[in-house]
Design a protein around this ligand. Structure first.
Ligand code: F6R
Length: 259
């Protein structure tokens, strides 16, 4: 993994946007996360698009996950959220923006169909990831199989608490079932781009970067990926034991090598 420690959340967003812009220019398939963390990155991509610097016209996009039981027009459905926060403001074709369908009567089948759709499309080139305070990526909660495929999951009560802020603070309004890309599915993306900001994530960052690979910390599976870039701000990096080395390694990166 390449660990990039940036000074501020804005700096994190700038670095992440640079990486994603490189893929967009190639007409790549982008894997998108929702939640608060990537918002600054998405705003920066929108800014570059509106400044005429960046086009997504040849891109496709796949979301990581979706709540089960929220209509697609519900403002907190991830189908709606990604349009509101990113894709309605750039030139990607709406029919090229895909997400699991949490509205069917058979979410297990919808999950399998989504996994198959990603594979049939040729796969994701770069996957944006955030991390939950419990170490989840997508909605692969602690205990998730490290080789899991896209499937139906039950949210951890901690995640329900964390996400209640999007539902007016009402935990009862947060669906507890979701469809999420599995860890095995996520690992098939060509490049994993993890973005983490804020002190609340410092423990989870230290656990997945420097702890053992274990289902109790699903994000630790990134240690097995050949191309994982982890961009963190100072607060999120606060509990890393080897932060000085990560900075040094970045400053002394061999020319022409990604990491
Ligand atoms: C969202 C997702 C989640 C979030 C994570 C962090 O699509 O897959 O794993 O990335 O819960 O959420 P925020 O960024 O809101 O702290």
């Amino acid at each position: 993994m390449e660990i990039v420690i940036a000074d501020t959340p804005d700096a994190v967003a700038g670095i992440a946007a640079d990486i994603l812009a490189g893929y967009a220019r190639k007409g790549a398939t982008l894997g998108l996360a929702t939640g608060s963390t990537p918002l600054k990155t998405y705003q920066e991509l929108i800014r570059r698009h509106q400044a005429g610097e960046l086009s997504f016209a040849h891109c496709h996009a796949y979301l990581l996950d979706e709540y089960v039981g929220l209509s697609r027009e519900h403002e907190q459905s991830y189908y709606r959220t990604i349009r509101t926060e990113l894709t309605d403001h750039i030139d990607i074709a709406d029919e090229n923006v895909h997400s699991p369908d949490g509205t069917t009567g058979n979410p297990m089948q919808a999950a399998r169909d989504y996994d198959a759709l990603i594979a049939a499309s040729g796969g994701v080139d770069v996957q944006v990831l955030g991390i939950g305070t419990d170490g989840h990526i997508g909605f692969n909660e602690p205990g998730s199989s490290l080789s899991s495929r896209t499937r139906l999951k039950t949210l951890h009560p901690q995640t329900v608490t964390d996400n209640a802020r999007f539902f007016g603070g009402d935990e009862d309004a947060v669906p507890f079932h979701v469809i999420t890309q599995g860890l095995g599915t996520i690992m098939e993306a060509g490049h994993l781009l993890m973005i983490v900001t804020g002190a609340a994530k410092a423990e989870a960052v230290a656990a997945f970067v420097e702890g053992p690979v274990a289902a109790i910390c699903p994000a630790s599976i990134l240690q097995f990926h050949q191309r994982a870039t982890v961009i963190v701000d100072q607060d999120a990096a606060a509990q890393l034991q080897h932060s000085e080395y990560y900075r040094y390694a970045l400053d002394h990166k061999p020319e022409g090598q990604d990491f």
